[in-house]
Design a protein around this ligand. Structure first.
Ligand SMILES: [Mg+2]
Length: 118
């Protein structure tokens, strides 16, 4: 499984990378904003899963999500939206825009495993 971690926080990406590594996912790419993530996605397909932060500079998570979902080439890419507790009410918007699931930050490896359906 190839995974793309998208978060503007290097620390958050490091934590997530360790967590998914613990779940046996070692083919992991990283991007610091939505625009960088689009580039990585286009040049590294097939990517199975994207863990997507909401608030990022340049291009935020919801814009990335809508852009990806408008392109048939990425229809099989699963996208999990990472939200903070205060953004939980916006989850509906993400799901409507085509997110497959969401997870509330900070999350445990167990919670991530469940959301990944592993
Ligand atoms: Mg952020």
């Amino acid at each position: 499984m190839r995974m793309l971690l998208v978060d503007d926080s290097v620390t958050m990406r490091r934590i997530q990378k360790t967590q998914v590594g613990g779940l046996g996912i070692t083919d992991v790419l990283e991007a610091g904003d939505g625009q960088e993530a689009l580039g990585k996605l286009k040049s590294n397909m097939p990517i199975d899963l994207v863990l997507l932060d909401w608030n990022m500079p340049v291009m935020d998570g919801i814009t990335f999500l809508k852009t990806v979902r408008a392109d048939d080439a990425f229809k099989d890419v699963k996208i999990i939206m990472c939200t903070s507790e205060s953004e939980k009410s916006r989850v509906v918007e993400a799901l409507k825009a085509g997110a497959n699931n969401y997870i509330v930050k900070p999350f445990t490896p167990e919670a991530l495993k469940e959301k990944l359906g592993m």
